[in-house]
Design a protein around this ligand. Sequence first.
Ligand SMILES: [Zn+2]
Length: 135
Amino acid sequence: MEKTKKERRCLKCTEVLGDVHASRKFCTPSVNEKDGTINNCKDDYHNAKKKTLRDLAKNVVKFHLGNFKAIDYFFGLGKLVVSTVELEGLGFKASYNFGKRVDPKTNEALVFYLGFLLRGNDKNKLKIEKHEYKF
Ligand SMILES: [Zn+2]
C-alpha cells in the first residue's frame, strides 16, 4: 500500500511548500520584485500574533490611564470625596481596577486603581487616597 504524502502549506500565505525540510512551516523569504520589499511569511505570521497581544495591552493601559486621569482630576481640585457618577462623567470605568479588599479595621471597601484607591461602601461618597504600587 502506498503512503499518501500530505501536501504541506505555508502557515501564513498557504502556498504549497514543496519538497523542503519536513519541519519547515513557512515559505523561504524572498524579495518582492515590484517594490523591493522582502516577503517573509515567518516574520509576518509571528508579528501578526504579537500585534494582537500588543493591541490588547494598549487598550488595558488606555483604560487604566483614563481611570487615573479621572481620579487625579478630583484629587487635584482637592475634592477627596466623590461619587461614581462624577467619576464616570470623566470616562472612569470602575471595572478596570487592580483589585478589591475590605479594610479589616473599618470594614470599608478598598478598590485599587493606578496611583489611587477609592475607599468606602457608599457609591456616592468614595474617599480618594493616593496609593503606589511597588513593582
Ligand atoms: Zn508563505
